[in-house]
Design a protein around this ligand. Structure first.
Ligand SMILES: *Cc1c(COP(=O)(O)O)cnc(C)c1O
Length: 375
């Protein structure tokens, strides 16, 4: 290792100099005398239900490779969702599943021309990184002032280089959901050769929400994908089921697409432990949904109080709330940190706060009351 004194210049692909790095939600800083709460990653603070925790504790086959096709999980999902097991492709989280989709459809061509991937912005932070690393070009379409996708502008952004469109509903980090009539109107404008991903990471929170009178319910991707061969549904066990640490998610689409996703999939990405926990979560869906309902009622309590305090923010169908605080974002994050709460700041745009334990939500609200004096 005689050259070790000097670092060799090991070339990486040029795209690496242009990528933002994923800034994961940070754990809270400890404060003497206060329980810390992490409200920065949209995790389920209650964790997996006891029946699933038991399956995890009893797991005994860590020395065996998992089934690379997650057959048992896909069969379980197939029966539960009423879709063909062949239409389901699992991945290490829905990010793993999304990675398969990007690898399949978007990159840079031999002549140097980049494929284009359209998505709303702000949206999920992982999108620009995953698109960029493939060498494809992100086409970011600004959200409407209420934090919802501008689907008309997204349709208008389609060019002959568009290879993929990502729709995030409810949108992370802003909260609004897309409705069935909105997505159908949008899909009518999208050429049939362009796949449209509907990222439903927070689907269960929509399902457990009461729709205000006079409003249309959030879409259910399953009702859409049957009618469109270019639609890909993305779901995960990370949020509602409380399995973020185990990494298991999946996509649902037609064989014309799934045949390629299976090739793009990282072998053995879904561990046997994650598969067993996901299956148990489906078997104990009632218990899972009870927890989801509790979190939704906490979300309703938090948002009602925030409105009383004078905060203005988009409607949310997920397990988080977006506060567009602009220049005061940093000050807000600091106040929360001083009281052992970590929240997620996005520059000088705003803050995303996950719904947490009751005590965490209470502390958050009382700090919001203090902060509101300066609103
Ligand atoms: C949390 C989240 C995911 C899920 O990621 P996993 O890889 O399944 O943990 C996907 N999409 C969005 C929009 C999310 O917020």
């Amino acid at each position: 290792m005689s050259q070790s004194a000097e670092h060799a210049n090991i070339p990486v692909r040029p795209v690496f100099n242009t990528l933002p790095s994923y800034a994961a939600g940070k754990p809270p800083t400890p404060v003497e005398g206060l329980t810390q709460y992490k409200l920065s990653s949209n995790e389920n603070p209650l964790g997996p239900v006891p029946e699933v925790a038991r399956v995890l504790a009893e797991f005994a086959t860590a020395h065996r490779y998992p089934d690379p096709l997650s057959t048992a999980l896909r069969q379980k999902l197939s029966a539960r969702l009423g879709v063909d097991a062949d239409d389901i492709v699992t991945g290490a989280g829905s990010l793993g599943a999304l990675n398969q989709i990007l690898k399949t459809f978007a990159g840079v061509n031999a002549d140097g021309v980049q494929d284009e991937v359209i998505y709303a912005w702000r949206s999920f932070e992982a999108y620009p990184i995953l698109v960029g690393i493939m060498g494809a070009r992100s086409v970011q379409v600004p959200n409407l002032p209420d934090g919802s996708h501008d689907l008309d502008a997204m349709a208008a952004a389609i060019t002959d280089r568009t290879r993929l469109i990502l729709v995030c509903t409810p949108n992370n980090p802003t909260g609004p959901a897309v409705t069935e009539s909105q997505i159908r109107a949008f899909l009518e404008k999208v050429p049939a050769h362009i796949p449209v991903v509907i990222d439903e990471a927070y689907f269960e929170f929509c399902a457990a929400s009461t729709v205000p009178e006079g409003e249309e319910a959030p879409l259910n991707g399953l009702d859409i994908y049957r009618d469109y061969e270019n639609v890909i549904i993305l779901r995960t066990f990370s949020k509602a089921q409380g399995l973020a640490g185990l990494r298991v998610g999946y996509s649902i689409s037609h064989p014309q697409i799934t045949q390629h996703l299976r090739v793009a999939a990282t072998p053995f990405a879904v561990t046997a432990l994650a598969e067993a926990a996901a299956i148990a979560s489906i078997e104990h869906e009632d218990a899972v949904m009870e927890r989801v309902s509790h979190l939704v009622s906490e979300r309703e309590r938090v948002t009602a109080r925030l409105r009383e305090l004078g905060y203005e923010f988009p409607s949310t169908y997920a397990n988080f709330v977006w506060l567009p605080l602009g220049e005061r974002t940093g000050e807000f994050v600091q106040l929360m940190a001083e009281h052992a709460l970590s929240v997620r700041a996005f520059g000088t745009e705003g803050v995303r706060v996950s719904i947490g334990e009751v005590e965490a939500n209470d502390r958050f609200l009382s700090l919001c009351e203090v902060f509101a004096k300066g609103l």
